[in-house]
Ligand binder design. Structure first.
Ligand SMILES: Cc1ncc(COP(=O)(O)O)c(C=O)c1O
Length: 662
């Protein structure tokens, strides 16, 4: 949320440390320096207006004050007080009701208790509030025994959210030693000052208030930058800036929800480009990332190895077929594919002394945006502007499993492929394909029998088969890996996207020992001469390790089957909608076309996105193909809510199309 004024959020290291005293002193200091200020305590336990009354009696001048949203009689934590009277504290409601009608310079918002005091049964705290609201945070700390530990813990907790500034006010008797220790141990950008607690004469009180505001002014008045001004300097991926010069700003994400600037909440219907399988901001992944950064952030991977990479290999060995035994790390899907391509080229050169240049690919296959990956994805129609710079590939038309209209002449028969392989196998370096489901070219489902037969035919001729499971892997196609459903194991598999649960960029190209042996020699030049600065970045590996543990320990694939049942129900409901074509579902993906004619990526689908966001879903259709693939580690009520909203969206879309026809 971008308020027209600055928000100062006052919290404490504990209850009764003097939050209200410091809030009113700040307000008094501002009023004395001619500022327009407001006070708001959104959640008040212990009696109506308890703290507001204190603030009103200890400030003079034109103070704006606003009603609490939740008031409880019992002086206990907000979640307990609310539970006792059958109320649910809704953080969104608090966020949406932040007062913004008055022209203010500063709004002081006082929390209830410390940062981690639970607000509701979901365990949301003020930390979650700070994720939504850009504010300056003032931590009030008592001055005495325990101060150091409580203050440092609170400030450390604040480092998990992005605040405009953080400062600590020691409230009470001056304690020179505490101040000395905190000056040494607090992060250098956290301002520290003290404020007396005991009463003193009015004049001297005003002086102290002015002094307090004076010492914090430098952090409060940090020049507010309107970030949206910088949108004109962005060059976004797959975006025509003339049609879409600005994009909405997302401020935070949790579970399936994305929270936008201004408070709008959208369900992430496409798992943020298919990366996020386990919901946003999973706390276990956050902790693993933080811990790893503090232990070993990065080191080159050529002459050193490290625990997170080894642990990741150990966990993946339990998931992948044992023939896939050599793990090469890189950074994203495209580079994982480049590596697979280079493995095949060098494998043939070094194992036979002959160069094999031809790659077989499937029409509709998309493998990434670097030059090699684009060449392999030539049949996807994504990379047309770069055709002159790509190498040639043999594009085969796959047998599809979802288009009733496809007839035998529209795909290459297994026999014709076998014939090519028999006659020309000594020229073919490899065959790459997305197993079961081609994602980017429009969620195209491939006939599994057909695909299996061509893999078997390649294997008979020793042609390496590369499965690009960057999209289908880690459950998206309905099993941990799609190759398991096909019943054939590739020679090379490319993995990325959900590998880190949607948290950090990391990828793997895993090959058989046969491929690896072609590189194994006394010559350095026979090595796979490929690597990136961030190869096997320990933090990304730690995120992947924790993701795989979450998969095992939190039953992620069981939750996937709950989502699959829901998607299949939705498919049955919408399959006869007029204007919806080829309604299909594979694993955690549901898709259909909204035009009977051939698919095209380059159509403007802004109206679909707008319609979806009216139903609280974020979608990004692939041309005429509308699809959803939400995170699948969801709570049952989130799955039901998603189903309800998506069905409403489908009805609106159907209705909209009918209106267009009339
Ligand atoms: C099947 C497949 N391969 C490769 C890629 C490229 O991955 P990245 O965007 O991480 O480079 C994608 C991306 O969508 C993909 O779906």
């Amino acid at each position: 949320m971008t308020a027209k004024y600055k928000i100062i959020f006052v919290t404490g290291t504990d209850t009764d440390v003097g939050k209200t005293h410091i809030s009113s002193s700040l307000l008094q200091g501002f009023l004395l320096s001619g500022k327009k200020v407001g006070y708001w305590k959104p959640v008040q336990s212990g009696g109506k207006n308890l703290d507001l009354d204190v603030v009103l009696t200890s400030t003079k001048g034109d103070l704006n004050h606003f009603e609490s949203i939740y008031t409880f009689e019992e002086p206990v934590s907000p979640d307990q007080a609310a539970r006792k009277v059958g109320v649910k504290i809704d953080l969104q409601k608090i966020f949406q009701q932040i007062p913004n009608t008055q022209p203010l310079d500063y709004l002081v918002v006082e929390g209830a208790g410390g940062l981690f005091v639970p607000l509701n049964e979901q365990g949301e705290t003020w930390i979650d509030f700070l994720r939504l609201v850009e504010s300056h945070v003032v931590v009030v700390s008592r001055c005495g025994l325990g101060t150091l530990n409580h203050t440092l813990l609170t400030v450390r907790a604040l480092s998990n959210v992005s605040t405009k500034s953080s400062s600590v006010v020691l409230s009470g008797e001056n304690h020179a030693e505490n101040k000395k220790s905190l000056t040494r141990d607090l992060p250098s950008d956290v301002k520290l000052c003290s404020f007396p607690r005991s009463s003193f004469g009015e004049e001297s009180h005003d002086l102290h208030c002015k002094k307090l505001v004076g010492s914090l002014n430098e952090v409060f008045s940090l020049k507010g930058d309107n970030l949206n001004d910088h949108q004109k300097n962005l060059w976004r991926p797959f975006t025509q800036h003339k049609l879409s010069p600005n994009s909405p700003r997302v401020v935070s994400a949790k579970g399936i929800w994305l929270t936008m600037e201004g408070g709008e909440k959208l369900m992430d219907g496409v798992s943020s480009w298919w990366t996020n399988s386990i919901g946003h901001a999973h706390p276990r992944i956050g902790r693993a990332i933080h811990k790893q950064q503090q232990t070993l952030d990065h080191v080159l991977f050529a002459d050193m190895v490290h625990q997170p990479a080894l642990e990741l290999v150990s966990l993946l060995k339990k998931e992948l077929h044992e023939d896939l035994s050599k793990y090469f790390f890189s950074d994203d899907g495209s580079t994982a594919v480049e590596v697979a391509l280079k493995m095949c080229c060098q494998h043939w050169k070094q194992s036979t002394g002959k160069v094999r240049k031809r790659f077989m690919v499937l029409e509709g296959g998309y493998h990434g945006d670097t030059l090699g990956a684009m060449s392999l994805g030539k049949g996807s129609g994504f990379h047309d502007p770069y055709h002159h710079w790509m190498f040639d590939v043999d594009i085969l038309r796959p047998k599809l499993a979802f288009e009733d209209s496809q007839n035998d002449a529209d795909f290459h028969s297994v026999e014709s492929i076998q014939e090519t392989l028999t006659n020309e196998h000594d020229q073919i370096a490899g065959f790459i394909m997305e197993p079961l489901l081609q994602g980017a070219s429009g969620m195209r489902v491939i006939d599994p029998q057909w695909q299996k037969a061509i893999v078997v035919a390649c294997k008979e001729k020793n042609i390496p088969v590369i499965f690009d499971e960057i999209f289908t892997g880690f459950g998206r196609a309905g099993s941990m890996f799609a190759y398991q459903q096909l019943g054939v194991t590739p020679d090379i598999i490319c993995l990325s996207k959900a590998l880190t649960g949607g948290n950090l960029a990391l990828s793997l190209t895993v090959a058989t020992d046969t491929i690896f042996q072609s590189f194994y020699s006394d010559q350095k030049s026979d090595a796979l001469l490929h690597g990136h600065s961030y190869t096997a970045n320990p933090i990304a590996c730690a995120a992947a390790v924790e993701t795989l543990k979450v998969y095992r320990e939190e039953g992620v694939l069981n939750n996937l089957s709950v989502l699959m049942q829901s998607l299949s129900k939705m498919r049955n409901n919408i399959k006869n909608y007029s204007g919806f074509y080829n309604v299909r579902q594979v694993g955690g993906v549901l898709a259909f076309e909204i035009a009977e004619s051939t698919r095209s990526y380059n159509v403007d689908t802004a109206f679909i996105r707008e319609l979806a966001s009216k139903h609280q879903i974020f979608l990004r259709p692939l041309g005429n193909t509308v699809y959803v693939c939400p995170p699948f580690h969801l709570k049952p009520h989130e799955v039901s809510l998603f189903e309800e909203k998506f069905m409403m969206f489908c009805q609106s879309l159907c209705h909209y199309q009918q209106l267009q026809k009339e």
